[in-house]
Design a protein around this ligand. Structure first.
Ligand code: SF4
Length: 297
């Protein structure tokens, strides 16, 4: 159960903000000239990919499509190609679909309301709040895995948050927002979770809030519930999907199914992966039965 917290400003917020002033990484989407579109693109790209891998792709993406309207008029296949090896290419398709909606329904401007943001494909509770906070300086409750872990450990004395966001967590996060500049705090606590209060091997010896951390005070008890771990990548359906996407991204022409099957060692798995990619509308079959990226011309 979450506990009441006596003085968030003194005990948690101010030390983390002070730490952030010194330790913040100069991420390009945090610069003063980052546009709301650039921030939305960064949020899509960072959802399941490490920041270091995102940065060069983010630059090339915005060089090519500096506004939603620019992306909206491109083929979705180009967006999937440009996504390259960031993984989970559905995000490229969703970003393209979002760009079309932004151009057609919002006069090319990123919407600001929760309802309109959540109506964009691929935009969930976290991404909508992040765009509101970082692009528009709105007091949105930004709860990514890093923020949730910091709250869970410092305030609740638990190693990890639950698998789903609870209302109690939202209330705790909202209370912290009342004590600071919302966007700055959200960026700071996300960074703190990514660099100091890490999931594995947190840097407690150099932590500015170690003295008030309830998880540390309790002797670092293990999670009270099972933490779901991601299955190994090697040999997985995800890897098979990645291999097929790699083939199709680099192909100038549609590829016969036999060429796709020969690129993977497990026939059943490659068939399953291909069916999944078609179902996810990332890949399509031509009239001749060959395969290509969705929306290729
Ligand atoms: S003391 Fe350790 S677990 Fe607690 S907030 Fe700091 S880094 Fe995280």
């Amino acid at each position: 159960m979450p506990h009441a917290f006596p003085d968030p400003r003194t005990l948690l917020v101010e030390p983390v903000l002070t730490w952030f002033d010194e330790a913040r990484r100069p991420l390009p989407w945090r610069s003063d000239d980052a546009t709301p579109w650039g921030i939305l693109v960064s949020e899509f790209m960072c959802q399941q990919t490490q920041v270091d891998r995102v940065i060069p792709r983010w630059h090339s993406w915005l060089d090519r499509w500096p506004s939603p309207a620019d992306l909206a008029q491109a083929d979705v296949a180009d967006a999937i190609r440009m996504w390259d090896r960031l993984g989970y290419p559905r995000r490229a398709k969703w970003l393209h679909e979002s760009a079309v909606i932004i151009r057609d329904e919002h006069e090319g401007q990123i919407p600001t309301s929760t309802e309109e943001l959540r109506a964009l494909p691929g935009v969930g509770e976290y991404t909508a709040a992040a765009v509101q906070a970082f692009a528009f300086d709105m007091p949105a409750v930004v709860l990514d895995t890093n923020v949730r872990r910091v709250i869970s450990r410092t305030l609740n004395g638990e190693a990890q948050p639950r698998s789903h966001v609870t209302n109690a967590e939202r209330e705790q996060a909202a209370t912290l927002l009342e004590h600071t500049r919302p966007a700055e705090w959200s960026a700071a606590v996300m960074e703190f979770g990514a660099l100091v209060c890490k999931a594995a091997q947190p840097l407690c010896a150099e932590c500015p809030v170690a003295r008030m951390c309830r998880w540390r005070a309790a002797g670092f008890p293990p999670p009270a519930f099972q933490v779901r771990r991601q299955a190994a990548f090697a040999g997985s359906d995800r890897q098979a999907r990645g291999r097929i996407m790699e083939l199709l991204r680099s192909a100038q022409e549609p590829i016969p199914s036999s060429a796709i099957e020969s690129a993977w060692h497990d026939d059943e798995q490659v068939t399953r992966a291909l069916v999944g990619l078609v179902k996810d509308a990332l890949v399509e079959q031509t009239a001749l039965g060959d395969y290509r990226l969705k929306g290729s011309r």
